[in-house]
Write a new protein. Structure first.
Length: 364
């Protein structure tokens, strides 16, 4: 009997260790695995009287401005008009009216490219990075102050198109970059994300490209992990002194803190975040504690417009509050009541555009 109990105990320990290791590896994958997204699964249930009714999800139930994309087309949807069990009816504010039965992707980013999203002409250029050419969208302007936009982890360039109408009205050239592991860009040597620790060098290549094309001053616009890229560039690049100012929207300013938030969201014990960080470091060689803009602010700290939503589920709003309150960086902090991660524009476009316009006007 005692022997059986020892065997059962040993098996239980092995199962627990295996489960813990799997959970840590899975959590690490969420941070560093490359993902290229496809179509979504939101269905159109009804249309009429300037409204579109969709299947209810956590995303479709949020107030604000969003897009529904399906094969070859898209529509822009405004605030919610009504709700019913399993259904959300939103006002249609632009784009093509979908057909009942259409299935598409509901998201917070403008569709397509600058021309599709906003009717703004652009060209696609190649930025020569240390790993090879990476595509970028270039919208010309009549100023030598350029805005360079950097998307987040596993994001797409279109996510950075929200401020384009404001930037374009001010006459500033706009460069939306891609970086290693993006679709169409070179893969990293190990095929994994490095959370800004190496990706910042592709931003450096983009700044160098802009300078060759006539840029004298740079404004960096980074969302989500793009904010971490911006921070690492400002800390580690000799070109950082060319940056006039920075806009960060929901930046992942502290990687360790972001991991703890992810564990909490997925109802994992706090020690799993610590273990996942160790696995991530082992897989990538990245010191996550270095990727902390609060504890280790960059060497170059130009004026920043810092935007964050109160209900951000990926990077807690307290991280932005702490960065602004630390006093180590000239920061204008603006908190938004509506929207999830990188959704301040969606929750209150008018206020967002006013803030960005006023901030960029100082550099124009």
């Amino acid at each position: 009997m005692a022997y059986r109990l020892r065997i059962a105990g040993a098996v239980s320990v092995l199962v627990l260790v295996a489960a813990t290791a799997f959970a840590a590896w899975y959590s690490s994958d969420q941070a560093v695995q490359v993902v290229h997204y496809g179509a979504g699964e939101v269905s159109v249930l009804a249309v009429g009287n300037g409204t579109v009714t969709l299947t209810e999800t956590a995303a479709t139930g949020r107030p604000g401005v969003y897009w529904l994309e399906w094969t070859g087309s898209h529509t822009m949807l405004g605030d919610i008009v009504s709700r019913a069990p399993g259904r959300v009816t939103r006002r249609q504010v632009g784009g093509t009216t979908p057909s009942v039965g259409n299935s598409g992707y509901f998201g917070n980013a403008p569709p397509g490219d600058p021309k599709v999203a906003w009717g703004v002409d652009y060209s696609e250029i190649m930025v020569m990075t240390e790993l090879g050419p990476a595509p970028a969208w270039y919208v010309p302007g009549d100023s030598d102050t350029w805005v360079i936009a950097v998307h987040g982890r596993n994001g797409r360039r279109k996510a950075e198109l929200k401020p384009l109408p404001v930037v374009h009205r001010l006459g500033l050239p706009f460069l939306v970059i891609s970086y290693r592991n993006d679709e169409g860009a070179p893969a990293s040597p190990d095929g994994l994300l490095h959370l800004g620790d190496s990706e910042w060098r592709d931003l450096e290549s983009a700044v160098r490209t802009a300078q060759r094309m006539g840029a004298r001053r740079i404004v960096l616009y980074g969302t989500s992990m793009g904010g971490q890229l911006v921070g690492q560039f400002l800390d580690r690049s000799p070109l950082a002194t060319a940056v006039h100012s920075v806009i960060m929207d929901s930046p992942v300013t502290e990687m360790v803190r972001a991991g703890r938030q992810g564990a909490a969201v997925h109802h994992m014990p706090s020690f799993m975040a610590w273990l996942a960080d160790r696995v991530t470091g082992w897989r990538t060689g990245v010191d996550l504690e270095r990727l902390d803009l609060l504890a280790r602010p960059p060497k170059v700290r130009p004026p920043m417009l810092l935007i964050h939503t109160r209900d951000d589920e990926e990077m807690p709003v307290q991280a932005a509050r702490d960065l602004a309150a630390a006093g180590r960086w000239p920061i204008q902090y603006e908190e938004f009541a509506r929207g999830g991660h990188t959704e301040a524009w969606n929750g209150d476009r008018a206020r967002y555009d006013r803030l960005v316009h006023a901030f960029l006007a100082k550099a124009a």
